[in-house]
Design a protein around this ligand. Structure first.
Ligand code: 5GP
Length: 117
């Protein structure tokens, strides 16, 4: 069996991290190395390595990631359009993926450049 990803260890509470949001399919916690005043990671409980490897059977999980993002943004007070937030999913080396467990970055709390670097 492959070694657990760091996010699986957080989900199983082997690595402590306050869980901000959890439902049947996904959970969310603060990024250890925040790139904005708010930087949350939303991860599926099922190990999907990266978004391009999701299967049709993962449709509900993919939807749950985005629905959770909206709820967490509301919870953290950044959902209002006068503030706002950005969601990022990195797939592969050129995109900067470092953890092979699908995750959505929720970034907020400062003005974010576009296009991204
Ligand atoms: P990626 O570069 O794969 O899109 O994002 C992986 C993210 O996971 C990075 O932003 C990194 O800071 C975060 N990360 C890596 N290890 C840990 C950890 O042990 N705990 C938490 N909370 N975040 C982590």
């Amino acid at each position: 069996m492959n070694e657990k990803t760091v996010f699986q260890k957080i989900l199983s509470r082997e690595i402590p991290a306050p869980i901000l949001y959890e439902d049947d399919l996904v959970a969310a916690f603060h990024d250890i190395n925040p790139q904005a005043p708010t930087h949350v990671l939303i991860v599926p409980k099922k190990l999907i390595p990266r978004v391009g490897e999701a299967e049709p059977e993962d449709q509900a999980t993919l939807g749950a990631l985005l629905l959770a993002a909206g709820k967490i943004a509301d919870q953290l007070g950044v959902k209002d359009r006068s503030k706002g937030f950005r969601l990022v999913i990195n797939h592969g080396r050129d995109a900067g993926e470092t953890v092979p467990h699908l995750h959505v970055h929720l970034l907020a709390g400062r003005s974010l450049d576009w296009p991204p670097g």
